[in-house]
Design a protein around this ligand. Structure first.
Ligand SMILES: [Zn+2]
Length: 208
């Protein structure tokens, strides 16, 4: 099923949850938005629409990494003792040269690392775990672990912690429903799906 359909189903899930928990108008908008995002998240394992949108632009990541590299060289040159100085300069130059070779397909990996680091500095467990989720999703095959029961449990826990952080009812159910409906809409049972999902990975890799 395509991204637009997944997004629409997620939006509907958010709307139903909002009505069930008697959410205010602004909370309803938030839940519908979270439903859309959650309905697209399992497909972070492909080069889809969402990946382009949540992934930092190639140029921005490159510029920021190069700036950090340059600052590191300057700082090491001014502050470090002899060994630290040359280590810092070497790492800085390494970062500058790696940054200039970054390809688009590494963007999700880098964004995942960035989200993880952001979560660590904000001390938000959901953000740390979401960074880990993106990092893993950037390496695995399409319709594999993100489309499995393990993926549901992992994402469900992120959503649970996210609701605890926000303190808004319905966030957990919306995110979980958006995600689960995505998997349901990708099942091979449905006539318009040529491929199914490997729901029981790693126990069974049979497509259903
Ligand atoms: Zn999918």
């Amino acid at each position: 099923m395509n991204g637009t359909a997944h997004a629409a189903i997620g939006a509907a899930a958010g709307y139903v949850v909002a009505n069930t928990v008697n959410a205010s108008t602004s909370e309803t908008l938030l839940l519908v938005g979270l439903g859309v995002i959650s309905g697209l998240i399992p497909d972070l394992d492909i080069d889809g629409k969402l990946r382009d949108r949540i992934t930092l632009s190639h140029e921005v990541v490159r510029t920021v990494s190069q700036l950090i590299g340059i600052l590191m060289v300057i700082y090491s040159f001014c502050e470090g003792s002899s060994i630290e100085k040359w280590m810092g300069i070497a790492i800085g130059i390494g970062m500058i040269s790696i940054a200039s070779r970054i390809k688009q397909k590494h963007m999700l990996t880098l964004t995942g690392i960035g989200v993880l680091a952001g979560g660590a500095s904000l001390q938000e467990l959901w953000m740390i775990l979401f960074g880990v989720y993106m990092f893993i999703a950037s390496f695995i095959a399409h319709r594999s672990y993100t489309h499995s029961i393990i993926g549901v449990i992992f994402f469900g826990y992120i959503a649970f912690r996210f609701e605890m952080s926000l303190g808004i009812h319905g966030v957990y159910y919306t995110c979980l429903a958006g995600y689960i409906f995505h998997l349901a809409a990708d099942l091979k049972l449905l006539p318009f799906n040529k491929r199914g999902i490997k729901l029981f990975l790693p126990i069974s890799s049979k497509e259903i």
